[in-house]
Ligand binder design. Structure first.
Ligand code: NAI
Ligand code: 15L
Length: 265
């Protein structure tokens, strides 16, 4: 690619993508509403942009051949924040993509689209949505936008339902939901390398022994996760007592997100 746009570049996964995706394009265009480190030479462009600003997003997307869309509200927050970043923001992004040659998009969706499934259920990506909060609802909206723009205009998107992408799992639930940084990067590489993408929905999860999701759609992009949370089991189990059997983090796939109230600004 000539120019790969990474939104949410000031965030946790944005910083990781910035550090590790330089080989994917001549130029990385890095964007966030928050401050970012300055451009590190001519291979980087840093653009401050609020996803809720349609004109700014149009300018942002112009000239890009691919988009890793990580920007937006990433946890449960008041509706106004979610609506700006994840509803208006996603609409603005898809409209800008439509206006500028339909660059391939990786949409960072979330396991919170299905967080109210129980941990004793096994689901695939065709299971009906069961969001566990307004954040989860906003990710369902993003997934629906990806589907709509694919059906109507042929826009390609990889909808990646990320589990928990951190250096290592942080609690017992993440033994099932963990996505290692290395697997996350190899997943992005596959999304932009596969000749025909379409609009698949793929779980962003490592090859953990524990797990609730049928990961077969990963083969559509030729991706195989390599890491396994078992490596950290002893450490995780030693660090914290097992939560009560009737605690949300023991019952639901979305864990504590199911326990969040509707936040008011
Ligand atoms: P993060 O919260 O660290 O980064 C998100 C970035 O988006 C932030 O830097 C924030 O400033 C920016 N942002 C928020 N509202 C914005 C707006 N209106 N305009 C422009 N930028 C805005 O989140 P993280 O962990 O890096 O996640 C990246 C993406 O992956 C998010 O979309 C999140 O929902 C998704 N995801 C992450 C998971 C994880 O385990 N880290 C799990 C599931 C989904
Ligand atoms: C998410 O969607 C969040 O963005 C992230 O911060 C984690 O909490 C993750 O899900 C998770 O479910 O562990």
């Amino acid at each position: 690619m000539k120019r790969l746009l990474i939104t949410g570049a000031a965030g946790n996964l944005g910083k990781l993508a910035r550090a590790r995706l330089g080989h994917m394009a001549d130029v990385l265009r890095l964007s966030d509403v928050a401050e970012m480190a300055p451009a590190n030479g001519p291979k980087e462009e840093v653009v401050r942009c609020d996803l809720g600003d349609a004109d700014a997003v149009d300018d942002l997307v112009r000239g890009c051949d691919g988009i890793v869309h990580l920007g937006g509200v990433s946890v449960e927050r008041p509706w106004e924040m979610i609506a700006r970043g994840n509803i208006a923001g996603v609409y603005n992004l898809y409209e800008a993509a439509r206006a500028h040659g339909m660059p391939r998009i990786l949409f960072a969706s979330s396991n919170h689209t299905i967080g109210y499934y129980r941990q004793d259920e096994r689901i695939d990506t065709r299971a009906p949505i069961k969001p566990d909060g307004l954040y989860g609802v906003s990710k369902c909206f993003g997934e629906a936008m990806a589907s709509l723009y694919h059906s109507k205009f042929g826009q390609e998107t990889a909808v990646i339902r990320i589990g928990s992408c951190f250096e290592k799992p942080r609690d017992r639930r993440m033994m099932a939901t963990w996505l290692s940084p290395d697997d996350f990067i190899s997943l992005i590489e596959c999304v932009f390398r596969v000749p025909m993408l379409g609009c698949p929905v793929i779980w962003g999860v490592s090859d953990n022994d524990a797990g609730w999701w049928n990961t077969e759609t990963a083969r559509l992009i030729g991706w195989r996760a390599k890491d396994n949370s078992e490596l950290f089991r002893a450490e995780i189990e030693a660090a914290a007592p097992r939560p009560a059997a009737d605690a949300p983090q023991s019952i639901y796939q979305g864990g504590m997100f199911t326990n969040e109230p509707i936040h008011k600004g």
